[in-house]
Design a protein around this ligand. Structure first.
Ligand SMILES: [Zn+2]
Ligand SMILES: [Zn+2]
Length: 443
């Protein structure tokens, strides 16, 4: 045990030695936010870092994804340390891109910082010979499920099939060589402690919706038109009317936006587009709620005598972290930030595509509570970069040591005990089964 602690100390020291550069690099990503499947500069920054560390690198996976591989013991298990490349879009965020409103309002810049910190530690500390397994570092695009129209067009062009980064990575086989995966997210101070772990997340499907009406003079001849905006309004009310049917335990969340509400105020809106998510704690729960949303959308079109096109797109699956790995992670986190600052989470109604991976392999997805403000808000700001990059990276590096030292005994135990709900082919089949394209025309 003492020997293992010494290895962990060497890794932590390697991270501390580079802390200034690592934090500077992280802040450079903050100041250059890019949304999903467009993270070209962030992707280049990651591959440049891997190459500088002498890590063999594969680029352009799912457009902007990057993967670096350190083979230490090819016959042993492979652990992936993941970072997410993309930003969100939030108006008025202090670090938002002036043109695109892209902003790191979810703290993914720190994830990339942590991932590079872990890679640096293993590469420069000389501990690889003590590991019975391999490490891959994966920078994944497009965790935030946004710009659905843009991504759906990428899908139609054949550039992607699924609209999230990890589902695409899974489909492309970029996780085929991975046995266990981990990443650390940032969180705001509404979360407990300094490091929070465990818990579950909602899964999700997304929808693109187009109401079709008929243009006419809005003042002179509205009776000749079909008002697509009224159809959308009725549909929104009908969705709200479903809410009393949702059970607490299913934690359904539905939050539509109107992406185009009309073209000219003097003309009856003939085309109105919306996007929505339908989230729930289980696959069954969000698919059942998704059917109710479809009925509500049809009701809007029916009421005005218009039409509605509904495209349902697979999103993300519910997450479940691996308890055996979490036990070790918790111990490491307590060593770093103190017993009382490490807290267990319950259920979160947000979603992440780490959920998809958790259906295929053992994963952990803890949080470093390094930000203030509210997640996805214009005031979400990472304040504690020491915690958000340096400490978060150390906790992962130490957990990798637990998994891969002693002949990789712990990894083998975790892999053996894990009963995957899905495998790659049943996963892809499930996801493809969620695609739906329906038109209901009452004109
Ligand atoms: Zn987010
Ligand atoms: Zn996030």
């Amino acid at each position: 045990m003492k020997y293992k602690d010494e290895i962990k100390n060497r890794l932590c020291k390697a991270i501390d030695d580079k802390s200034d550069q690592l934090i500077e690099l992280t802040k450079s990503i903050l100041n250059n936010p890019e949304t999903g499947f467009k993270e070209f500069q962030t992707s280049k920054l990651v591959s440049d870092q891997f190459k500088a560390l002498g890590i063999p690198t594969i680029e352009n996976i799912a457009i902007t994804g990057v993967k670096g591989v350190i083979n230490s013991d090819v016959s042993g298990p492979t652990i992936a340390v993941i970072g997410e490349l993309d930003s969100l879009k939030v108006y008025g965020h202090p670090h938002a891109d002036k043109k695109t409103s892209a902003a790191h309002a979810c703290g993914h810049h720190c994830q990339i910082g942590m991932m590079i910190a872990v890679a640096t530690a293993f590469k420069v500390s000389g501990v690889l010979d003590y590991l019975s397994g391999n490490l891959v570092f994966i920078a994944v695009p497009a965790e935030e499920y946004i710009e659905i129209e843009y991504r759906d067009n990428l899908r139609k062009e054949g550039k992607i099939e699924f609209l999230g980064g990890k589902p695409e990575f899974i489909r492309l086989g970029a996780f085929d060589d991975v046995d266990i995966a981990m990443m650390t997210h940032t969180a705001d101070s509404n979360q407990p402690g300094k490091i929070a772990f465990g818990g579950t997340n909602n899964g999700i499907v997304a929808k693109r919706i187009k109401f079709i009406g008929k243009a006419a003079h809005a003042g002179g001849a509205p009776h000749d038109g079909i008002n697509a905006l009224n159809a959308a309004n009725i549909a929104l009310s009908a969705i709200h009317a479903q809410r009393e049917t949702f059970r607490e335990k299913d934690t359904i969340r539905i939050h539509p936006i109107i992406t185009n509400g009309g073209l000219a105020v003097s003309s009856v809106p003939s085309e109105v587009t919306m996007e929505t998510y339908v989230r729930g704690a289980s696959i069954e729960a969000f698919l059942s709620a998704s059917d109710k949303v479809d009925r509500s959308l049809k009701a809007g079109a029916l009421a005005v005598g218009g039409a509605v096109e509904i495209t349902t797109l697979p999103g993300y699956l519910p997450i479940k972290s691996n308890e055996t790995i979490l036990e070790h992670y918790e111990g490491n986190a307590k060593t770093l930030v103190g017993e009382n600052n490490v807290k267990r989470l319950t259920h979160r109604t947000s979603s992440t595509d780490m959920g998809d991976l958790s259906q295929l392999m053992p994963i952990i997805h803890p949080y470093v509570v390094a930000a203030t403000g509210t997640s996805h808000g214009d005031n979400y700001l990472v304040k504690d970069y020491e915690l958000g990059v340096i400490t978060g990276a150390k906790a992962m590096a130490m957990t990798v040591v637990d998994l891969l030292m002693d002949g990789g005994e712990l990894s083998h135990k975790v892999i053996q005990e894990y009963d995957p709900p899905l495998n790659k082919s049943t996963y892809i089949e499930l996801m493809r089964g969620m695609f739906k394209n329906d038109t209901f025309d009452y004109r």
